[in-house]
Design a protein around this ligand. Structure first.
Ligand SMILES: [Fe+2]
Length: 396
């Protein structure tokens, strides 16, 4: 009886576990020799060195429900079997308070420095980078109006839903790479990319294939990023390489990455989304004066676990008046997008002694509670009380 599960040509032995011996550079490079055929991606504006770029026409098309579904299918295909990376030109602009958000993040970093808080970064030497961890919650609490404008963004909701389905969980980290900041080593991202190879090896092949479906990586360029400032380096199509979570650590794969990576200049407001299994690395900032600021969005499937611990009740209490105003303006899409970025959309884990379903399969979620409060015109204090009761029903 075969010990390989599930069966496939060239599958690893040992009951479907990858080892370094399965990592073959020739097989990897053969996968990368794919031309990006724009005919397969009719909503894309252009392909640049294999990377699919979407313009305003795609965003406008997303307002139509049928076109939105087609575009979502296209984005999911691009991330799964296509180049693994899409760029949306100017996805964020002054309608989303882009410039004001950059000023806010700059002020937050200055405050962190002044108090000696934050600053630790597991990817860089001390001082080379500035970070705001859990920027989602800090942004919402510091300036709810700015947060609401930013996260009502429809491109973010479109791509997150296309890849992860509904009930996704947004987290954010602001990353500033200062002049002189050096490049990262090529890697894959969370989940299996964030552990030692010896640990990743203990997960069988099906989990290596599953890991990318649990997360979407996004980055919003908060400022213009010419190549000299070191925007991220990528290898399009590398997410398709099955043993890639082990291969990215190997010298011959690192050398190949060094020689063959793609690097795209970005403009302020451009948003990049990529499959977390794509080989990538932040570039070196060789500019003399550009503090390269990106909002790194790590968006989790409802079925995954995010890296950041986020107090979503606190975000909702802060943002609720903004949601009320947005609902009153008639922007129902913006309301949904903002709820999706703020609230817990999934019902579990919960305390099933206390959290009895009133109908259906589960108790009310934070997102459902928020929609109900908006529909009923609940006052902020009453909404906060209901949120606290929901938190209590979820407490072990
Ligand atoms: Fe990364």
């Amino acid at each position: 009886m075969s010990t390989t599960f599930p069966p496939r040509a060239g599958a690893p032995g040992r009951a479907g576990r990858f080892t370094e011996a399965d990592c073959r550079l020739d097989e990897f490079t053969a996968l990368l020799e794919t031309e990006t055929d724009l005919g397969l991606y009719p909503y894309a504006d252009r392909a640049v060195r294999g990377v699919l770029c979407y313009g305003a026409a795609a965003v406008d098309a997303a307002a139509d429900p049928v076109a939105r579904e087609e575009l979502s299918d296209e984005i999911a295909q691009a991330l799964l079997t296509g180049p693994g990376i899409v760029v949306f030109d100017r996805a964020f602009d002054d309608r989303h308070g882009l410039r004001a958000s950059t000023e806010l993040f700059t002020a937050m970093i200055a405050a962190q420095r002044a108090t000696g808080a934050g600053g630790g970064d597991h990817f860089a030497a001390p001082g080379a980078n500035d970070r705001i961890w859990n920027a989602l919650q800090k942004h919402a609490l510091r300036d709810p109006a700015s947060f609401a404008r930013y996260y009502a963004n429809d491109v973010l909701a479109l791509v997150a839903t296309a890849w992860l389905g509904p009930m996704y969980q947004v987290t954010s980290a602001i990353n500033v790479v200062n002049p002189g900041g050096t490049a990262q080593s090529p890697h894959r991202d969370y989940h299996l990319g964030f552990m030692a190879p010896e640990t990743a090896k203990r997960f069988r092949r099906h989990t290596h294939l599953l890991s990318p479906a649990l997360t979407l990586q996004g980055a919003v360029a908060q400022v213009d990023m010419p190549v000299s400032s070191g925007p991220t380096l990528y290898l399009p199509y590398s997410q398709r390489y099955e043993p890639g979570y082990l291969a990215f650590n190997l010298p011959e794969f690192r050398e190949y990455f060094e020689a063959n990576h793609v690097q795209l200049e970005l403009h302020a407001g451009d948003a990049v989304f990529f499959n977390p299994a794509l080989f990538h690395a932040a570039g070196s900032n060789r500019s003399t004066g550009i503090r390269r600021m990106a909002n790194l969005l790590q968006i989790s499937s409802a079925f995954g676990r995010a890296m950041d611990a986020v107090d979503r009740s606190a975000i909702l209490r802060a943002v609720y008046p903004e949601l009320v105003a947005l609902a009153a303006s008639g922007d129902s899409r913006g309301v949904e997008n903002l709820i999706a970025a703020s609230a817990e959309g999934y019902a579990f884990p919960s305390n099933l002694d206390r959290d009895q379903p009133l109908g259906g399969m589960h108790g009310e979620t934070q997102a459902e509670l928020t929609r109900r409060a908006l529909d009923a015109g609940l006052a902020p204090a009453a909404f906060a009380a209901e949120l606290a009761a929901l938190d209590e029903r979820h407490r072990p």
